[in-house]
Design a protein. Structure first.
Length: 206
């Protein structure tokens, strides 16, 4: 696998050079487990820890690696690596950390597009959609609205929901899909670009 398949691009290459990280390997954090990380590189996946310097210079949780981060690292064997530095983030989705006043929790970084998932049954709530849009705009992430469970209602109702969204929310792509019938899958697939990073925002089970 090439780094470009994971989203590596010219902007990140320049950041690597500007930050004097050309001598290190580059990888992307794909999982985080209490200051232990899984990093994917061109050569595979590695468990990783951060250096003591990175840990002690951190002023808050935001200064630690998060899922989506591009990091400069050294690999020591087929499974273990050490993270030396986080490349500057191009985007960052955050929320208030539970039980910690003023503390920010990173959900994901370096996201290009967010699928805003809403089921068309009782879960549908256009005000919630607008809250997700606010998150996207403040995070420098492009939103795409995806309506699910469309097999539960008729075409007329689907059209009414789409129209209600377009009246309130302008210039955002809206797709309607069904996991049961696979309706809408092909249209959505055509919208997905290779080398871009996508995430999903929505309620559980939608």
């Amino acid at each position: 696998m090439k780094l470009e398949d994971l989203g590596y691009n010219d902007k990140l290459r320049k950041l690597r050079v500007v930050n004097n990280l050309s001598d290190f390997e580059i990888g992307r954090v794909i999982a985080e487990h209490k200051e232990r990380y899984i990093v994917k590189t061109e050569n595979g996946e590695y468990e990783a820890e951060i250096t003591g310097n990175l840990r002690y210079s951190a002023k808050s949780r935001i200064d630690f690696p998060a899922v989506g981060d591009w990091v400069a690292l050294t690999t020591y064997d087929t499974e273990f690596s050490v993270i030396h530095k986080i490349l500057p983030r191009l985007s960052m989705i955050t929320r208030q950390a539970v039980g910690q006043f003023g503390e920010i929790q990173i959900i994901a970084t370096n996201i290009d597009y967010a699928f805003l998932i809403q089921a068309v049954d009782r879960d549908f709530n256009i005000n919630r959609l607008e809250r997700y849009l606010t998150i996207c705009y403040s995070s420098k992430v492009k939103p795409i609205i995806v309506l699910t469970k469309t097999d539960l209602i008729n075409e007329q109702k689907i059209t009414e929901i789409k129209d209600s969204i377009k009246q309130r929310i302008k210039d955002i792509a809206v797709f309607a899909i069904s996991n049961e019938t696979h309706d809408g899958y092909e249209a959505l697939k055509k919208y997905i670009e290779k080398g871009k990073t996508y995430c999903m925002l929505g309620s559980s089970g939608v």
